[in-house]
Design a protein around this ligand. Structure first.
Ligand code: GAR
Length: 201
């Protein structure tokens, strides 16, 4: 039996970060992880097709029937993760806020990528906020997930310059290139037990 860690990836949209994670595992025989599931709250998420094309199992738990009842949604969300026997969970553009109860089930084994240099700009609209603040540097962060939003221990950061005429979309595209470098690098290190901060420029 393989001693690789089983990695589940949660997506809500296009899933480009998920693709970078899956490909990093599938293209490296010595990688300490293997993708076991791509799970989405959105049946239309482009990431689901991309995962299936790579031979990775997919599942959908639509959040909408549960309205504001996050716990009831999460009761269903956890089932495919348990069935897939996920050792580690990577949030990759998963746009639902998780309750403390859910997070605790995966404490110390759930990662997230966030498009800012945390602790700056937790939450949404990070690129617009960096521009409004006049920042000269912006970037992305991979961190361990704890019950507070975008708040857990930082595992890696990658920086980009903010250029004079940048729009939020320009900046998002420049940051996304770095996300695709940072997340696979941090995941591989994390699975090997390396928790010191990786800094990419
Ligand atoms: C990425 O930029 C990711 O950092 C961000 O959503 C995008 C998803 O793109 N995540 C968040 O904002 C989480 N709060 P992708 O679906 O192409 O990976």
């Amino acid at each position: 039996m393989s001693d690789k860690k089983r990695v589940a990836i949660l997506v809500s949209g296009g899933g480009s970060n998920m693709v970078s994670l899956v490909d990093s595992m599938l293209n490296d025989a010595d990688h300490p992880g293997q993708p076991c599931l791509v799970l989405s709250n959105n049946a239309d998420a482009g990431g689901l097709t991309k995962a299936a094309a790579r031979g990775v199992a997919t599942a959908v738990v639509d959040h909408r029937p549960f309205g504001k009842d996050r716990e009831a949604f999460e009761v269903e969300l956890v089932k495919p993760l348990l069935e897939a026997r996920a050792d580690v969970v990577c949030l990759a553009g998963f746009m639902r806020v998780l309750t403390a109860g859910f997070v605790r089930q995966f404490e110390g084994r759930m990662l997230n990528i966030h498009p800012s240099l945390l602790p700056k700009y937790k939450g949404l609209h990070t690129h617009a906020r960096a521009l409004e603040a006049g920042d000269e540097r912006h970037g992305c962060t991979v961190h361990e997930v704890t019950p507070l939003l975008d708040d857990g221990p930082i595992l890696g950061q990658a920086e980009v310059p903010v250029l004079p005429d940048d729009t939020p979309d320009d900046l998002a595209a420049r940051v996304l290139v770095q996300e695709h470098r940072l997340y696979p690098a941090v995941l591989a290190r994390y699975l090997r037990g390396e928790h010191d901060i990786l800094r990419l420029n």
